[in-house]
Design a binder for this molecule. Structure first.
Ligand SMILES: [Zn+2]
Length: 275
C-alpha cells in the first residue's frame, strides 16, 4: 500500500483536547451563570482534568494539541504556559466558545478571532496556527477569515477521515476532520440542569468504539483523530479507557502520534498547498 503519509508511516493519530472549562455552558445557557453547580462541572477541566491528561501524555511520550477559548486561557495562564512548555500545541477555540454560525448581530467573527489569538499569543508567546470552531459550527465566512489571518488548518468539519483542503480557490487551508463518534462529549455528557439526561456510555463501550475506529484507520492507512475534553475525559475511569486505547495503538508498527499543526504541515508538504 502506498502511504499517504510518507516513509514507513501507515497511520497518523492526533489526540486533541478542548479545554472548554465552563465557557460552553455559559455561552449556551447564560442563565446558568448563577448556577455554581453547573459551572463547577466545567471548572474541573482546567483545574483537575488537564493536569491529569498532561501526566498521561508525558508517561506515553505523546505530543498533543489543546484547543482553548480565550476566556478560559486568560483565567488559566499558568496552565497554558505549562502546556506549551511541555511541548504541546496550543490552538484557537473562540473566545467564549461562540459558534460562528450563530453569532449575535453585534458580534464580529474576525474581531473574536483576533482577540482570542492575541490572548493566546500573550501567554504562550506564539500565535495559534490552528482553529477549531466552538461546537464545530463554522459560519459561511469562517474559512476565508482563517485563511486571511494565516491559519494553517481548521478542525471543525466531517467530510473525510484524512486531511483535505477547504475554502475558496487560492484561499484554501487544510481541514483536519472530526466526527461526533470520535468525540468524548456525546458518549459521556450528563447534565440534567441543561436537559442532557441520556444514559452515559461506559468507558469500556467508548474504548471498544474507538479501538474499532483506530483498527479501521490502521488497516486502510488513514488518520485517527480524536477529540476529548478535560472536564469529561479527565475523570479516572475515562482516563483509564484513554490509557488502554493508547496502549492498543502503540502495539501497531508504523503509527505516528502528531500534533495537529505537524499533521497539517505534513499534508501541505506531501500534497501541495492548493491542489
Ligand atoms: Zn469546545
Amino acid at each position: 500500500m502506498t502511504s499517504l503519509w510518507g516513509g514507513k508511516t501507515r497511520c497518523v493519530v492526533t489526540l486533541t483536547f478542548d479545554i472548554d472549562g465552563p465557557s460552553a455552558t455559559l455561552r449556551r445557557n447564560p442563565e446558568l451563570a448563577d448556577h455554581p453547580s453547573a459551572i463547577s462541572m466545567g471548572e474541573f477541566g482546567p483545574r483537575t482534568g488537564t493536569p491529569r491528561i498532561l501526566e498521561l501524555l508525558d508517561r506515553h511520550d505523546i505530543s498533543a494539541t489543546f484547543f482553548i477559548p480565550g476566556w478560559v486561557a486568560e483565567r488559566n495562564r499558568e496552565l497554558l504556559k505549562n502546556i506549551g512548555e511541555r511541548g504541546h500545541e496550543v490552538a484557537h477555540h473562540g473566545y467564549l466558545h461562540e459558534p460562528p454560525s450563530s453569532l449575535e448581530p453585534d458580534e464580529d467573527e474576525g474581531q473574536i478571532l483576533d482577540h482570542a489569538s492575541d490572548i493566546l499569543e500573550s501567554i504562550t508567546g506564539e500565535r495559534p496556527q490552528g482553529y477549531r470552531s466552538p461546537s464545530w459550527e463554522l459560519s459561511a465566512n469562517s474559512l476565508q477569515l482563517l485563511h486571511d489571518r494565516g491559519f494553517v488548518y481548521d478542525s471543525s468539519l466531517m467530510g473525510d477521515d484524512i486531511p483535505y483542503y477547504v475554502g475558496e480557490k487560492d484561499r484554501r487551508i487544510v481541514e483536519l476532520p472530526v466526527h461526533w463518534s470520535l468525540d468524548d462529549a456525546p458518549y459521556y455528557t450528563y447534565m440534567p440542569v441543561a436537559g442532557r439526561t441520556a444514559t452515559m456510555s461506559t468507558p469500556n463501550d467508548v474504548l471498544t468504539a474507538w479501538q474499532w475506529e483506530f483498527d479501521g484507520a490502521y488497516r486502510e492507512g488513514r488518520a485517527f483523530m480524536l477529540t476529548m475534553h478535560p472536564h469529561t475525559t479527565g475523570r479516572f475511569a475515562r482516563l483509564e479507557a484513554l490509557d488502554r486505547l493508547i496502549q492498543h495503538i502503540k502495539q501497531h508498527d508504523g503509527v505516528e502520534f502528531m500534533q495537529c499543526i505537524v499533521l497539517a504541515k505534513l499534508w501541505v508538504n506531501m500534497h501541495g498547498a492548493s491542489p
